[in-house]
Write a protein that binds this ligand. Sequence first.
Ligand code: HEM
Ligand code: HEM
Length: 181
Amino acid sequence: MIRNNSQRWGSISIGLHWLTALLIIGLSIVGLVMTELPNSPLKMQVYALHKSFGLTVLALTLLRLAWRFIAGAPADLPGSQLQTLAAKIVHGLMYFLLLAMPLSGWLFNSAAGFPLRWFNLVQLPKLFIGYNPVLKDLAHDLHESGFYLLAALLLVHAGAALFHHYVLKDDALKRMTGKMP
Ligand code: HEM
Ligand code: HEM
């Protein structure tokens, strides 16, 4: 059950999918709320946690893609060529954003000239050079627009999963929840 096969996802891919989904939803809510907090030590702590959990998404996504490469993916679901293509585009964009969101955050942090420590344990290098106001604004815009694109894709993606499950009544959701033999 650990490996993926042609019918279903295995426990590693399933675990990484749902853990990532949870982290993304948490990071998005915290991201939107934290910018509104008044300046305080609490705000600094929330920012630091947002950054550490965000970098965790980067690491988990790299692991997930490596595992997908090693263990493969189930066969395409039955459906028209257009449906298969739409799913591939949405999934591809989501993977892209799972990398682009943390990287733009990291870039923003670097260009703002702030140090970055993952849960106060590992010091991370600055991306490119130090303080750079132009890059800082660009990275911030990317981080913000990336979030809106990811949120829109999530609605389409979750809607499609529920449509498969309740309307088409196929195995799409079951094979991502471990309910397939
Ligand atoms: C932010 C949250 C989420 C992200 C970033 C995300 C991302 C992804 C990605 C990239 C894939 C493609 C896997 C691959 O082909 O390698 C995938 C598959 C899948 N996701 Fe999500 N997902 C999220 C939330 C959800 C939610 C809420 C649901 C259900 C309501 C869901 C249901 C599924 C299902 C059923 C598949 C498997 C599709 C298949 O087997 O072809 N996901 N997800
Ligand atoms: C997948 C991971 C991530 C998601 C989904 C995410 C999401 C968000 C969201 C929704 C916001 C609010 C946007 C706004 O209103 O400006 C935000 C702000 C922010 N994020 Fe992230 N983030 C992620 C990773 C990171 C990482 C890794 C870092 C830094 C290393 C980071 C640093 C920041 C900072 C500094 C802000 C505040 C910007 C400001 O003060 O205007 N984020 N994030």
